[in-house]
Write a new protein. Sequence first.
Length: 296
Amino acid sequence: MTKPRLALLIGIICISVFPVLVKLNLTPGLISAFYRMAIAAVLLLPFVLLTGRFLMPPTPVLLLALLSGVFFASDVAVWNIAIQQSTATQATLLTNLAPVWVGVGSFLFLESKPSRNFWIGTVIALLGMVVLVGFEFFLELRFDMAFMLGVLSGVFYAVYILLSKHVLERMPVLSFMTVNLLSSTLFLGVVSYLLDEPFSGFSDMGWLVLLVQGVVCQLVAWLLLSYATQHMRATRVSLSLLSQALLASFLAWLFLDEQITLRMIVGGAILLLGIGVTFYAKDISLKQILGRSKQV
């Protein structure tokens, strides 16, 4: 196994642990997101400054990097709350709809338009979401807060992807991560303070979980994933990242005794298939997809 592939594998494992840690409910979701960013920022900032790895970008690029940090922070915070109010499995699968929203955003705001495969994959992914949550929710319009937050998390992450893609073409990875983490930390800190969230008073296990989130799930995971992205095709990395939803579901079943029903398995599989189709290079049709499914 090559170094980029090994980095990708370890990075996926690191981020897959995150929903399980959040679901332990040892700290509030918003504070959990704040410390995830703050701990990673405290560790990364001295390194880039002492080694001269931080390069200040032009002001317009810097502002976009700061804005991307706000959206990434919003994604993690909303995702945390969705996990704590539902299940790690549902929240993780719903936030993985981000590639769909990226395509929609590209269609609306960018010159590069999505291919036919994107729209086919979007239809399949949305069908998977309906199966996952249950047809009765859509027929009776019973969208609970956890469902809405899970979807909103994916939307926030999609905006972050679009912004970061633009910024990373004009800014080194380590410099971008530093600005992104500082912006995320400041934003979450202010929001937490305004909402009177507790910054202390947690158990020893709670502090340990926060440390693991900051070091493993944020700093180590995203450094490894950034390295993999630099040396592999972006589509291959993005498609591989979908496996973290399945791994997170398995870990939640193993350690949290979360019930995984047949409907959730089928809905999750359809959702991931749809997202996978959006990354497929050659044009395909629904007839070809159905034909392949029958052969399998």
